[in-house]
Design a protein around this ligand. Structure first.
Ligand SMILES: [Zn+2]
Ligand SMILES: [Zn+2]
Length: 335
């Protein structure tokens, strides 16, 4: 097999030949068809997340077909198309696992961070954390659903928590940072009849046009005030100063959800921005229940992801384009 490997933080990935591996008990071997490039991969490559399992193969939006099945993983069939997300495995016995919060497991392994991921021709995965994928779209278009979509969905559920608890319906939702996650989520929110306000980098008119084409009712720079107060906002960009800006934009009782795994420092801000029961919350990882729920909703909502394909060997170019904001939608590696 071939893989693009991170050997040291802040160095380019290098192509390595590796012996093909045999799945252990409970594992499957996947022949990879596509792997999405997520901002978290940039944080891993840049050394912004602690203790990656180096050398590591990044990538946690993997679409592939089952090529070999280890003992006890028989619920998946050879040749079946599956997705492998960020949550690689959990312990199943800690307090978080036992209370429906496996996303917070004390001993979780994460694909492309603490176990090898999908910037490769093949990958091993714990079969219990893989998802059969309906034959909806082509492999590359499905890949971004597996993190941008899933983490976006968990963030969205967090944003709508008050509504889910029986309070007023969330009508006006702000999305800060219009990358892979927001371009999927705006379609879900618009399909559910909500008004989405998309905040992009200041002056990024192409992203604003793109956001409106996908269902946003308004798009502007992140320094702009939306035309109506928001019920909730989700921040996908890893930019701490967006937190006080989003707090200013949400109404009383509103939520600001931070959807990323890493963010620059949040500047201090006056308490009055948080006053009146505004909330700031973060979203960490995903649960398998999130994934099942979201993947079932995708065909109903007609979600379609926009992708730019790169050959596996061009993984460094894909990361550079993501870093520079040169992408519309999501980058996907094709081995
Ligand atoms: Zn656990
Ligand atoms: Zn991700």
């Amino acid at each position: 097999m071939r893989a693009m490997v991170l050997e040291r933080p802040r160095t380019p990935l290098v192509m390595r030949e590796r012996p093909e591996r045999v799945p252990a008990a409970g594992e499957i071997l996947i022949e990879i068809a596509a792997c999405g490039v997520c901002r978290t991969d940039l944080h891993v490559v840049d050394g912004e997340l602690p203790n990656p399992n180096l050398p590591i193969v990044p990538g946690h939006e993997i679409v592939g077909r089952v090529a070999a099945i280890g003992a006890g993983a028989a619920e998946l069939a050879l040749g079946e198309r599956v997705g492998i997300p960020w949550l690689g495995s959990t312990c199943g016995v800690c307090g978080y696992c036992l209370s429906g919060r496996e996303n917070l497991c004390d001993r979780a392994l994460f694909t492309g961070y603490t176990r090898d991921g999908g910037y490769a021709t093949h990958a091993l995965a714990d079969a219990r954390y893989c998802f059969p994928l309906p034959q909806l779209q082509d492999d590359a278009e499905v890949a971004p659903l597996l993190c941008a979509g899933l983490i976006g969905w968990r963030s969205y559920r967090m944003a709508t928590a008050e509504e889910l608890a029986g309070a007023a319906r969330l009508e006006a939702l702000g999305l800060y940072g219009f990358g892979a996650a927001a371009h999927i989520l705006v379609q879900v929110a618009a399909w559910q009849g909500r008004r989405v306000y998309a905040f992009t980098r200041v002056g990024d008119e192409a992203a604003q046009v793109f956001a409106k084409s996908l269902g946003a009712v308004w798009a502007g720079g992140s320094d702009e005030v939306p035309p109506e107060p928001l019920d909730a906002a989700i921040i996908f960009a890893p930019v701490g100063p967006l937190v006080p800006l989003a707090l200013k934009a949400v109404k009383k009782g509103g939520r600001v959800v931070c959807g990323g795994i890493h963010m620059s420092d949040i500047p201090s801000f006056p308490y009055r921005l948080l006053w009146e029961e505004r909330h700031i919350v973060s979203v960490a990882n995903l649960t398998r229940a999130d994934a099942r729920e979201f993947l079932a909703l995708v065909p109903q909502a007609g979600v379609k992801s926009e992708v730019r394909r790169y050959p596996l060997a061009a993984a460094n170019d894909a990361l550079a384009d993501l870093r520079a904001g040169r992408l519309q939608g999501a980058a996907v590696l094709i081995p």
